[in-house]
Structures are given as structure tokens and as C-alpha cells.
Design a protein around this ligand. Structure first.
Ligand SMILES: [Zn+2]
Length: 179
């Protein structure tokens, strides 16, 4: 896997990314990120910084466009998936993903997001989902396979290119129909 590292110009931002959360052992999932202060809906929980560009998809990849995958710096790549997460994604001015609270989150709660918020398809998690939420879909699936009501629920908190792909695919379907 080739990783080309971007310049350090944004690295100073890393100084404030360790504010309000820390890496801890997570009983079922190995390790996870836990809140060390409370967050309210709309708060920036973690600031995204792109560390490198990947040549393809892999377990810690963040998909930022149809064919582009990057690695985020710091602890953001350690955030676990949940089918009922407390964070969503917003693209920041560097093109990286900030994690934004979509639920009020208390101290010691695990910070989670839905991998489907950034990956159109998921091809590296064949095993059962371990998120433990009541709304678990059983398997970690990508945006492509999310039910429409879930997509609605996540509106405004997913990588924008996912919506572009959806729009394009629904156009394709219409065209197929016309032929
Ligand atoms: Zn789940």
C-alpha cells in the first residue's frame, strides 16, 4: 500500500485534536475512542487531518470521492463503527472529515460513527457487526446498501460524494429503463 504523506502545514491543528477524547480498551472491539468531556449536538468532536493518500480501499481508509481514499492522522482512524452512532461526518476546509456530534454525548461514552457515512461500499468487514446497538443491521454495510430512511436520518452528516454517486446511479436506472 503506497502512502504519500502530505506536508506538515496542517499538522499544527493536531495539537487540538486530542481535546475531549482518548483511546481506551473497548471490551468487544479491542480499542475505541471515548469522550473525556460531554458534547452537545452540533459540536465538533474530532477535527480531521489527512495524513496520506492511499492507492486503494483498506480497513482504516476514509473514502473522500469515488476513487480516492485517504488516511486520517491521529486517533480519528481508530473510531469504531456503530449502526446507531453519536457522530456524523462534515468535510472541513482541508478536505478531511470532521466528526460532529449528532447526539448529546456524555463523558466515558464511546465516540462512534457509521462507516456508511464515508464509504459507498464496505468490502473489508465480512464478519458480523459488533456495535451492540439495538438498531444494529447485523453487518457493516456501505452507503449503497443503507435503507432510505437511514440515509434521511444521516442527512447533512455524510461525505458529499456519496450523494453524488446516488444521484448518478438513479440517473443510470432511469436511462436503463428508457432503453
Ligand atoms: Zn451494528
Amino acid at each position: 500500500m503506497e502512502i504519500s504523506v502530505k506536508g506538515d502545514e496542517k499538522m499544527s491543528r493536531e495539537l487540538n485534536i486530542n481535546d475531549g477524547f482518548e483511546l481506551r480498551e473497548s471490551p468487544a472491539k479491542g480499542e475505541g475512542i471515548f469522550a473525556t468531556k460531554p458534547f452537545k449536538v452540533g459540536d465538533i468532536v474530532m477535527v480531521g487531518i489527512i495524513k496520506g493518500v492511499l492507492s486503494g480501499n483498506h480497513a482504516h481508509a476514509s473514502q473522500i470521492s469515488e476513487n480516492e481514499y485517504v488516511l486520517h492522522a491521529g486517533l480519528i482512524s481508530k473510531v469504531n463503527h456503530s449502526c446507531d452512532p453519536n457522530c456524523g461526518i462534515r468535510v472541513n476546509e482541508t478536505g478531511a472529515h470532521d466528526f460532529i456530534a449528532i447526539k448529546d454525548t456524555s463523558v466515558n461514552e464511546e465516540i462512534t460513527f457509521d462507516y456508511a457515512m464515508r464509504n459507498y461500499t464496505i468490502d473489508h468487514f465480512p464478519q458480523r457487526c459488533m456495535c451492540g446497538s439495538k438498531r444494529c443491521r447485523g453487518r457493516i454495510s456501505g452507503w449503497k446498501d443503507l435503507p432510505d430512511e437511514k440515509k434521511k436520518e444521516y442527512e447533512g452528516f455524510v461525505a458529499p460524494y456519496l450523494l453524488e454517486l446516488d444521484a448518478r446511479h438513479s440517473c443510470d436506472k432511469v436511462q436503463d429503463h428508457a432503453e
